[in-house]
Design a protein around this ligand. Structure first.
Ligand code: C5P
Length: 213
């Protein structure tokens, strides 16, 4: 079953979630947005009034994470993203979430023929044996501009400089941490989505998957 895992990594706002959903639909694979697991841990701490840098509390929250914790309506918020990227620097948190992700990849739910996992360390740590590894990225200015547009479309206020700064901070936390830092696997196919629309990103991924047999 190692033939049927598509690993997608990349920084926030590069378009990996959109690509992951489309590939999962295309191949009728199960999809796991692994960022939700870290957001779920971060949200548990927020709800409990605890700090996301509290190693003991964060590790306990990761070990007791339940699927229903991933239904929390606040999980998509920037507050949850910041808390997620803080708990994600803690090795014990990552270790506690590892087996769930690997089980999803090797035994996808509902009898699906394969799985698409997207995150930061899928190709490097969670599923280094995945035959297809995509690294989806774009310049931080472009990713921040997309985020601003998305927030405004949802009727929310967004200050460009602030969104850019928050994204740079999160990039730095994800890339500079010791535990499973964000980086392309040596055998990952890199897609720069800076000048590509979602259809072109999808086509590039499909071509890469086809050429991998
Ligand atoms: O992808 P998303 O923005 O939802 O992820 C939130 C945070 O969770 C990331 O900034 C990162 O710190 C962490 N994360 C991670 N490893 C993953 C997925 C997410 O460290 N596989």
């Amino acid at each position: 079953n190692s033939k049927k895992v598509i690993a997608i990594d990349g920084p926030a706002g590069a378009g990996k979630g959109t690509l992951a959903r489309r590939l999962a639909t295309q191949f009728a694979f199960a999809h796991l947005d692994t960022g939700l697991l870290y957001r779920g841990v971060g949200m548990k701490l927020i709800v409990a009034g605890l700090d996301a840098t509290d190693v003991v509390a964060a590790s306990a929250a990761a070990r007791s994470l339940q699927l229903q914790d991933l239904d929390h309506p606040g999980l998509r918020s920037d507050e949850a993203a910041v808390a997620a990227s803080k708990v994600a620097t803690i090795a014990a948190v990552r270790q506690a979430l590892l087996q769930f992700q690997r089980d999803f990849a090797t035994r996808p739910p509902n009898g699906a023929a394969g799985a698409v996992l997207d995150g930061r360390d899928i190709g490097t740590v969670v599923c280094p044996w995945a035959p297809i590894k995509l690294f989806v990225t774009a310049a931080v200015e472009i990713r921040a501009a997309r985020r601003v547009r998305e927030l405004r479309q949802r009727g929310l206020q967004a200050i460009e400089e602030r969104v850019l700064r928050d994204m740079q901070d999160r990039d730095a936390r994800d890339s500079d941490r010791l535990a499973s830092p964000l980086q392309p696997a040596a055998d990952a196919f890199v897609i720069d989505t800076g000048t590509l629309d979602p259809d072109a990103v999808f086509d590039a991924a499909i071509m890469q998957i086809a050429s991998n047999g």
